[in-house]
Design a protein. Structure first.
Length: 305
């Protein structure tokens, strides 16, 4: 068990860990609440990673530190956040070798290994990622909640709240999203949504997204407009990254991941239809990002040896 490794996949909603033995066989896994890495405050993400890794190790009967840990975390794409997270993880006693990457890299590793492909992730945020046949990588999106992440759950949630505000002001139609937002926030009136949104986490605001999709399916015009804009934004992510990483000799495989668009996700069907105009073929299997992260950890050990 001394050569076991741990892979972690963490986002705003959950953090999952997988333990592999030296032969690459899965030994155990665990899931805990999530957190997004920031350079100013890596403590929340450290707590999430530590909790998930220790829970998986306990189930595996593994004494820590293990040989290596590879953590793919939302927010770690920013160099300062990655450095800050690496520093605090090294003092946590989880592994002899620590690498911090992004949740996108972990999912991509499970989907394509070291080969080429295209991936779109849409959960709380959104990002597209591609690797061409020469190994060059490309990113589209992933700019964060303040001026990016279009089509992601947080973006949809904010647009839902805007629709409610516009309906109250007479700047837009009265919408069923009013009652949806009030019930989700557990408040009595639209004015109270201001304080709720100010104190809410990204995940809490993103929790409005599947409710917006439900309202759209029921025929609410404002909700349908939000869903259509979200779907188009995600389609443009894919279109842009395919163009930048091309030309491709044949339609490239596209992996979809994240709570909004994985198999059974609320935007999966509308996005799949929108993608038919692009030269891509959907990868027809569910992804396992923590397993991808664990394989990257095992690769670190084998390369070191």
């Amino acid at each position: 068990m001394t050569e076991c490794v741990i892979g972690v996949d963490g986002g705003g909603t959950s953090t999952r860990a997988v333990v592999l033995d030296a032969q690459g066989t899965e030994v155990a896994r665990a899931e805990c609440p999530g957190a997004v890495v920031t350079a100013a405050n890596p403590t929340d993400a450290l707590k999430a990673v530590t909790q998930a890794a220790r829970a998986a190790a306990e189930r595996a009967g593994l004494d820590l530190p293990c040989a290596a840990l590879w953590a793919g975390l939302a927010g770690a794409g920013r160099p300062d956040a990655r450095v800050a997270m690496t520093d605090v993880l090294r003092s946590a006693g989880l592994a002899h070798t620590i690498t911090v990457g992004t949740d996108v890299e972990a999912a991509f590793a499970d989907a394509f290994g070291g080969g080429p492909g295209v991936m779109l992730i849409a959960g709380t945020g959104s990002i597209a990622w591609a690797r061409d046949r020469t190994g060059v990588e490309y990113r589209v999106g992933g700019w964060g909640q303040h001026f990016g992440d279009e089509g992601g759950g947080h973006w949809i949630g904010v647009e839902c709240l805007r629709c409610v505000a516009h309906g109250e002001d007479g700047r837009g139609p009265v919408t069923a999203l009013r009652d949806v937002a009030l019930a989700h926030a557990c408040v009595a009136g639209p004015d109270q949504l201001i304080a709720w949104a100010g104190a809410a986490t990204k995940s809490q605001i993103a929790g409005l997204a599947p409710l917006v999709v439900e309202a759209a399916a029921a025929g609410d015009p404002a909700a349908r407009h939000v869903v259509a804009r979200a779907t188009e934004a995600l389609r443009r992510h894919v279109s842009s990254v395919v163009h930048r990483s091309g030309p491709w000799a044949e339609p490239t495989q596209l992996a979809l991941w994240g709570g909004l668009i994985w198999q059974g996700g609320p935007l999966r069907a509308s996005l799949a239809q929108a993608l038919t105009s692009l030269p891509v073929e959907l990868l027809d299997r569910a992804l396992d990002p923590p397993l991808g992260a664990a394989r990257l950890a095992l690769e670190m050990v084998r390369t070191r040896d």
